[in-house]
Design a protein around this ligand. Structure first.
Ligand SMILES: Cc1cc2nc3c(=O)[nH]c(=O)nc-3n(C[C@H](O)[C@H](O)[C@H](O)COP(=O)(O)OP(=O)(O)OC[C@H]3O[C@@H](n4cnc5c(N)ncnc54)[C@H](O)[C@@H]3O)c2cc1C
Length: 360
């Protein structure tokens, strides 16, 4: 087995595959599961992400409307079109494009130069940590680092059809539940999450499915996801996706930032391989790019804290205000720019930011 590579990517999901896709040379992707296994999410993202990556063939369904249901009111929001898609196909196809080697192994620790796994040690000058909320850092370092705030969610796939992405806002107790029903072609993805990271949600999912007349929940998947941005550089590594807390607060949309910043990190890593940049230079550029979007993250972070506590009528008023002509265009632009799908490309791009975008 080869042990030395130009780059090692820890984690073969959204962030890791997006990064690997941008790199040339000898790249190794490590994951404890096979590529396309272990889906945790409802796999809903802005349609533009899949279109810009040339991945429209994995779409299950396109949604124009987002509908927020509070106890007394339903509010339709038209942000930009979203799509639900097939996680397994997405990952398999993206991995095919990377040309990378894959080793199935549990990562024990990672830092620039060296990754220790259950399959032995691998070495590369460039390492990308895209191992999700657990991160590839050793446990002691993980505990010492300022950990990203964690939310928790679960969902099941039910044999029903529908239109639009539906969110149902539970009553406020400081650990509000947010439920969703996302149609995806021949089935519907029904789930719930808490911002507090509370993980005992199975009974709530049963109740939700019964309330919506979706029957008993089928097999359940899910897990933690992050909602507070941290420094995206650690131990000489690029951190992308949930390992850097990039999942967007409020919405729990984590796939788009993992893809966008995965590609950005991959392009900078490629410049290190080709000798156009030093590793410290590339890491500094990456940190700067992520920092230029940090304001949007901070606003969403504060909003998440407030929304968790708002009484139901005020939550409904908030949804109404966002849907209004004055606020909506601004909100849409700001929310888009935190992790702009305009940065996504179908193949490797030369510039870290291939098209000009406005900072959030
Ligand atoms: C129930 C639920 C529903 C969600 N729905 C959506 C949604 O509809 N849209 C959206 O945008 N976001 C959604 N999210 C959030 C989204 O899933 C995450 O933000 C996103 O998956 C982060 O991508 P990532 O590539 O950073 O990490 P992950 O997708 O978590 O990938 C990490 C990879 O690293 C591997 N790994 C981890 N530790 C190790 C280790 N020690 N050794 C080897 N491999 C390891 C894992 O097996 C995995 O393949 C949802 C989350 C949950 C829990």
């Amino acid at each position: 087995m080869r042990r030395a590579y130009d780059a090692i990517v820890c984690g073969g999901s959204f962030g890791g595959l997006a990064a690997a896709q941008q790199m040339g040379g000898r790249v190794l992707v490590l994951d404890r599961l096979d590529i396309g296994e272990g889906e945790t999410s409802a796999s809903a993202i802005p349609l533009a992400c899949l279109e810009n990556m040339g991945m429209a063939h994995v779409i299950d369904q396109v949604h124009e409307d987002i509908v927020i249901h509070t106890r007394r009111r339903s509010q339709v929001l038209r942000f930009f079109p979203f799509s639900t898609f097939d996680y397994r196909r997405f990952c398999m196809d993206l991995f095919q494009r990377t040309g990378a080697d894959f080793v199935r192994a549990r990562i024990r620790s990672a830092r620039a130069g060296r990754v220790e796994t259950t399959e032995g040690v691998f070495e590369a000058p460039v390492v990308v940590d895209a191992a999700g909320w657990r991160t590839a850092a050793p446990r002691a370092e993980r505990q010492a680092a300022r950990a990203p705030r964690k939310s928790f969610g679960i969902e099941a796939r039910q044999p029903f059809r529908g239109e639009g992405l539906h969110f149902y806002v539970g009553p406020s107790r400081g650990n509000r539940r947010f439920y969703w029903a996302f149609p995806a072609g021949d089935h519907l993805r029904a789930g719930l999450a808490t911002y507090t990271g509370e993980s005992d949600l199975s009974d709530d999912l049963v109740r939700f499915c019964h309330d919506l007349r979706l029957g008993e929940p089928g097999p359940v998947h899910g897990g933690f996801f992050t909602s507070r941005l941290i420094d995206p550089v650690r131990d000489g590594m690029f951190l992308v996706g949930d390992s850097a807390g990039m999942c967007l607060p409020v919405s729990g949309e984590g796939i788009r930032p993992a893809l966008v910043y995965g590609q950005v990190a991959g392009r900078l890593a490629e410049r290190v391989r080709t000798g156009e940049m030093t590793l410290p230079g590339a890491l500094a550029a990456y940190r700067g790019i992520v920092a230029s979007r940090a304001r949007g993250y901070r606003i969403l972070d504060r909003l998440q804290t407030v929304l968790d506590l708002l009484p139901d009528p005020l939550f409904a008023a908030f949804a109404r205000a966002v849907a209004g002509d004055r606020v909506l265009p601004w909100a849409v632009r700001a929310y888009w720019n935190v992790a702009s799908p305009d940065l996504l490309t179908p193949g490797p791009a030369r510039e870290p930011l291939p098209r000009p975008v406005q900072a959030a």
